[in-house]
Design a protein around this ligand. Sequence first.
Ligand code: CP
Length: 305
Amino acid sequence: MEHFVTMKDKTETEILQLVRRAHHISQKGVNPLQEQYFAANLFFEPSTRTKMSFVVAERKLGIEPLDFMTDVSSVTKGESIYDTAKTFESIGANFIVLRHQQENIANQLAESLSIPVINAGDGTGEHPTQSLLDLVTIYQEFKQFSGLKVVIAGDIKHSRVARSNAIALSTLGCEVYLTGKDEWHDESLPYHYVSMDEAIEIADVLMLLRIQHERHQDQFNLYQESYLEKYGLTVEREANMKKHAIILHPAPVNRGVEIDTKLVECERSRIFKQMKNGVVARMAVIETLLNQGGNFNEENFNKRQ
Ligand code: CP
């Protein structure tokens, strides 16, 4: 594995190795790397969880994060994303973590740079490390993926989380369903749409999405009363979920919109566990990219345990 920019090019084996490695780190921890490494965390879009969990993951691995703030960088003088990334490569960054509003930009940079690129969210494209941490959370619950029914619910069309997860979950043998407002369907995703009430009946995992209002052409009133009732997870719906079913949400959560605020920390909710798993998932990705030199090999993983 040379880069981590999409779930599309990952095999079932590659994904499972990352999931198991992240889970292993969550149980046993890991020693810091012996060599000196620098990480370039290039966040051109706002982030709390992804950015800070990358910083924690890097520091736990003994890697020095090179913090970058666009508003006090040479981006304000018109420097391009390509020249910014090349600058970090030139001054010794060992990998780049990129969040950017432009879809496919991480992939383009990966083709142009000699250091690994990790996609931390590219517009409405993909968010593969969010998907990985979701997979770790599902794995910790069910210990396998094959046959699990996962419903991804909400603003499918504008969600990079939906895209990465639908791809990865299918690769792992899950049954993926989608639900949401008709105008937010994404017909390019080859999955069956169900109503929210059908979703409640079938889901082993209900993956709620944030309404990506910043990516909408037309302003959507988040707090119109009918949204939660029609499309969100109400207290009544939660009571009808399968006994063992869990709730995921990548956060930030629009409380009272996608989910009743009473359910954000309910027994089924794994929302804060997902955030915790964000650190180990990102550690697994980083050490794989730095240690494996393009070859995915679990034996090498285990040498460092
Ligand atoms: N889930 C997620 O990507 O959150 P942030 O935007 O806070 O990084």
